[in-house]
Design a protein around this ligand. Structure first.
Ligand code: URA
Length: 232
C-alpha cells in the first residue's frame, strides 16, 4: 500500500515538473493563459474556454474540453473536435463518437465510466460551400494545446491512456511515431501505467466498403478488449 502511495506521489511530482516545463515552453501569447498547477478538471475546463494559445479559437464556436468522470480509469484522446462537437461543446458526439460508443459497448466498456478528450481543443476547418470541412491540426497547434492535455492527464491520473489515431499518438510520442507499427501494443510511458495507440474511429467510417469497415471495426474492438482486461 505504502509503495503504491509513493508511486502515485512520485508520478504526481513528475507531472508537476513536466507541467512547469510545458508552461515555460508555451508560445508568448499562450503564457497569458496560465494553467494553475494541480488544477482540477472542472477548473481546467473553465480556463480553457478563453484559450488563445493558437489561432484556432478564431473560427471555432467554442473550446471543446474533455468530458467524463473525474474518477475515470481510462482516458481516450482523439484528434480535435469535429463539426458536431464544435457546435455542442462536447467531445466525440458526432459520427465518430457514435462509432466509438458502439465499439466500447462491444468491448464491455461503459462510455459513462471513461474520460474522452482531444489533442487539440478547437475545431480546425475550412469552408466548402456551406459545409465546414475538417482540417488536420498542424504541429504548432498541437504543441500549443499540449499543456492542456498534460494538465488533464495530471488531474485525472488515468490507469490507461488510449490514443485514437496518429495525431493523438504523435502528440504524446513524437512525430516519428507510427500507429500502423505499434497499434494495439501497450507502450512504455511515464504518463500512465498502460498507454496504447489504435486507429481513429473516423478511419473506420472512411473504409472503402462494408466488408473492410466490418473487419476494421473487429480489429478496433479487439484493441479495446485489451484495455478492458487490464482494468478489470
Ligand atoms: N474526432 C475527434 O478526434 N474528436 C472528436 O471529439 C470528434 C471527432
Amino acid at each position: 500500500m505504502n509503495g503504491f502511495v509513493s508511486i502515485r506521489k512520485e508520478r504526481r511530482c513528475q507531472f508537476v515538473a513536466h507541467l512547469k516545463f510545458m508552461v515555460k515552453r508555451l508560445p508568448r501569447d499562450a503564457s497569458k493563459t496560465l494553467i494553475p498547477l494541480e488544477a482540477s478538471l472542472a477548473e481546467l475546463q473553465k480556463i480553457t474556454k478563453s484559450c488563445k494559445a493558437c489561432d484556432l479559437w478564431k473560427n471555432a464556436t467554442q473550446t471543446v474540453f474533455g468530458e467524463g468522470m473525474p474518477s475515470a480509469k481510462i482516458m481516450f484522446i482523439g484528434e480535435q473536435p469535429g463539426d458536431q462537437e464544435d457546435l455542442q461543446g462536447k467531445p466525440f458526439v458526432g459520427p465518430a463518437g457514435k462509432l466509438l460508443d458502439s465499439a466500447l459497448a462491444e468491448a464491455g466498456i461503459d462510455r459513462k465510466k471513461v474520460y474522452v478528450t482531444n489533442a487539440v481543443k478547437h475545431f480546425r476547418w475550412e469552408p466548402r460551400g456551406k459545409r465546414r470541412i475538417h482540417k488536420k491540426p498542424n504541429a504548432t497547434e498541437i504543441a500549443a494545446c499540449r499543456p492542456w492535455l498534460d494538465a488533464e492527464i495530471a488531474a485525472l491520473q488515468p490507469k490507461v491512456i488510449v490514443c485514437l489515431g496518429a495525431t493523438a499518438a504523435q502528440a504524446l510520442f513524437g512525430r516519428d511515431f507510427r500507429v500502423t507499427l505499434h497499434r494495439g501494443e501497450f507502450l512504455k510511458s511515464p504518463l500512465a501505467p498502460f498507454v496504447m495507440a489504435t486507429v481513429h474511429p473516423s478511419s473506420i467510417l472512411r473504409a472503402p466498403d462494408a466488408e473492410t469497415r466490418h473487419e476494421e471495426m473487429k480489429r478496433f474492438i479487439a484493441d479495446l478488449k485489451k484495455i478492458s482486461r487490464v482494468i478489470s
